[in-house]
Write a protein that binds this ligand. Structure first.
Ligand code: NAD
Length: 249
């Protein structure tokens, strides 16, 4: 059993307003590559070239060529035991919500009901001209014949996934909700995030400043480990189900 897991279970069992913040690491065991860390996508691509709004607008076909490849993995991915454990923690009242940086939709698939998507959703795309939205799965199906994909309604205009690219503003409602939840939280469970993307990484800082105890579950050390009461270095798909089991004992 990883060090600290008993204490983490005690903290969560006693939480009145527990909150989880998740990142790409929680979906790694579903087969979706992270950005950073071992096997991370940024060892293969330049993030600014691939994931910034300026480069998207300059060359949407280059963006969609990478997105086509990543989408074929993400759209088929299924929740792993880490996602399921977070849904179980919410059902049992140990956390009130999951704030996620992920755009893959797997928390809702796993049964989490209160999910705040800080960086949008990769399950839909939007026309930058007329605003019409359509499911990403339908666009994915026509990428073999249309690159970049065009709006079916107003024609001609390029479609963009409803995710927040570097250089784009954060969604206001989700951001405000995440910080409001953090300021009320008494236990902050941080899972599978390198905590280097802001303002998402401010969520646990606001929680700790508001008096929350922090638990970090991550494969590698994070910059905020020193602020945490419990740090567990391990895979979320193994650590989180074990935490749930200990709380239920
Ligand atoms: P990140 O890639 O920067 O960091 C992931 C962290 O997870 C790393 O520290 C790594 O050590 C850890 N990790 C890897 N496998 C793990 C596992 N099995 N269990 C626990 N920890 C594990 O991700 P981030 O902090 O979320 O920030 C990067 C941005 O990446 C976010 O804005 C997010 O929108 C985007 N992103 C999302 C997805 C997705 O939706 N699944 C995938 C890649 C990137």
């Amino acid at each position: 059993m990883p060090d600290g897991i008993d204490r983490a279970a005690e903290l969560l069992a006693a939480a009145h307003h527990g909150l989880a913040l998740t990142g790409a690491g929680v979906s790694a065991e579903s087969g979706i590559p992270t950005f950073r860390g071992e096997g991370g996508l940024w060892t293969k691509y330049d993030p600014v070239k691939v994931s910034s709004i300026d480069s998207f607008l300059a060359d949407p076909a280059a963006y969609w060529t990478v997105a086509k490849q990543r989408g074929s993995v993400a759209l088929k991915a299924k929740p792993n035991p880490g996602h399921l454990a977070l849904a179980a923690l919410e059902s049992a009242g140990h956390i009130v919500a999951v704030v996620t940086q992920n755009t893959d939709g797997l928390h809702r698939d796993a049964g989490s009901r209160h999910v705040v998507e800080l960086h949008g959703s990769g399950r839909t795309v939007e026309c930058l001209s007329c605003g019409r939205r359509e499911p990403r799965s339908e666009v994915q199906a026509r990428l073999d014949v249309e690159m970049p994909p065009r709006c079916l309604s107003c024609g001609g205009t390029v479609l963009k996934p409803t995710v927040v690219l570097f250089g784009e503003p954060m969604p206001q409602a989700a951001t405000e909700e995440a910080f409001a939840l953090a300021s009320r939280s008494d236990v902050m469970l941080v899972v599978g995030t390198s905590l280097v993307v802001f303002p998402a990484a401010d969520v646990p800082l606001v929680a700790v400043r508001s008096g929350a105890r922090m638990i970090v579950v991550n494969a590698e050390p994070t910059p905020f480990d020193r602020l945490a009461e419990v740090v567990i270095h391990g895979r979320s798909g193994e650590v989180l189900p074990e935490l749930v089991r200990l709380i239920d004992e």
